[in-house]
Write a protein that binds this ligand. Structure first.
Ligand SMILES: N[C@@H](CCC(=O)N[C@@H](CS)C(=O)NCC(=O)O)C(=O)O
Length: 124
């Protein structure tokens, strides 16, 4: 592992998000996987965040990673690639999208299984 990378911090980063945004969750999964802490700025909870985002980008689409003062990086997949490139150990790869959807898939299968093994309807 590059020793310089271990001393890299996330102090220059802020992630613009809002609650319930699926693409933001993709980025959060990567952040957790990398063991990072990145300040989140919710654009609906704090109007100043919305104002700053729209002033910089002309649109409110999130997630956007702010890097330092001047760089605003949109697109969840670009943000994820950037984080793995900067903070990954060279071997860690972004988690697949399946990993994000697996809990929902299992939940759906659980319901389907529950229905299939439920009480036999009277008309059968
Ligand atoms: N391709 C973008 C899509 C981002 C996106 O569609 N974000 C939604 C929330 S999950 C959004 O901000 N929609 C409101 C808008 O675009 O004004 C990415 O992967 O980051």
């Amino acid at each position: 592992m590059d020793p310089e990378r271990t001393s890299d911090t996330t102090e220059d980063l802020a992630l613009y998000v809002y609650a319930g945004c699926g693409y933001c969750e993709d980025v959060r999964v990567a952040i957790r996987d990398l063991g990072l802490t990145i300040e989140e700025r919710d654009i609906y909870r704090d109007p100043a965040n919305m104002q700053a985002l729209v002033a910089a980008r002309g649109r409110r689409t999130v997630p956007v990673l702010r890097i330092g003062e001047a760089t605003w990086m949109p697109e969840s997949q670009d943000i994820i690639a950037y984080l793995y490139e900067r903070f990954g150990d060279g071997e860690k790869k972004p988690p697949s999208r399946l990993r994000r959807w697996l809990p929902f898939l299992m939940w759906g299968l659980g319901i389907a299984g529950g229905l299939a093994s439920g009480p036999v309807p009277r008309w059968l």
